[in-house]
Design a protein around this ligand. Structure first.
Ligand code: BG6
Ligand code: MG
Length: 219
């Protein structure tokens, strides 16, 4: 494998928790019952789609202006958590994994739905470890559409079949599979059952093995 595409939220940093807390605050204001389980459906999908799911849950009807206002409100709450982030928040094993892949000629991309991705990479100081960044500002179709990963592979100049995607969301695993890439789930196997392999975190992944593997998805 030659290309390594990392999702951001919930893979590199535990911002999935901050997204949840910010959506939860909005949900409470709107009188919508919103649980950690409900939040699984928001993982990996765009900000606009996340709001739609939340409004569907509460059967709330809204105008376009209200939707814009609520998305902005959620993002302001979310950015308060982001403003306090530093390198300590990078999840266990991630920095050594990025360094190992880089040292072994792996090409590394970020493939995230977030429009705040560059800010978070800057706050945590890991921006220089990426060869390219594709985020929510660069794509028009949200995961499970494969656009974000296809574009990342293109920018890395690596064939999709030679790429590995690291993802914590069901939508992201589906996007990687549709793109014809190897999908590695970070999280729980029963949630990420469509992934090729699932690991609880990066300390458990045998990267040497991954680098030397050829893709099972290649024709
Ligand atoms: C994804 C998260 O990475 O980015 C989603 O998993 C989030 O939960 C999406 O909604 C968009 O993020 P942002 O930062 O642009 O609101
Ligand atoms: Mg994620």
């Amino acid at each position: 494998m030659k290309g390594f595409i990392f999702d951001l939220d919930g893979v590199i940093v535990d911002t999935a928790r901050y997204h949840f807390l910010a959506w939860k605050k909005l949900a409470e204001e709107l009188g919508v019952d919103f649980t950690v389980q409900d939040n699984e459906k928001l993982k990996g999908v765009s900000r606009a789609r996340s709001l739609e799911i939340l409004l569907e849950l509460g059967e709330v009807k809204a105008t376009e202006e209200e939707k814009e206002k609520w998305m902005q409100q959620k993002n302001e709450g979310y950015l308060q958590y982001v403003s306090r982030m530093d390198e300590q928040e990078v999840l266990p094993g991630v920095i050594p994994a990025l360094q190992f892949l880089k040292a072994n000629d792996g090409r590394i991309a970020l493939g995230s739905a977030s429009r705040n991705a560059r800010l978070i990479l800057e706050k945590t100081g890991i921006m220089p470890l990426f060869d390219t960044i594709v985020d929510g500002n660069d794509v028009s179709k949200a995961k499970p559409d494969p656009e974000v990963f296809v574009l990342a592979a293109k920018q890395l100049h690596v064939e999709p079949a030679d790429c590995v995607v690291f993802e914590d969301s069901v939508a992201g695993i589906q996007a990687a599979n549709t793109a014809g890439m190897a999908s590695i789930g970070i999280g729980e196997a029963d949630v990420l059952e469509e992934a090729d392999r699932v690991f609880p975190d990066f300390t458990q992944i045998d990267l040497e093995n991954l680098l030397s593997r050829s893709s099972p998805k290649k024709n």
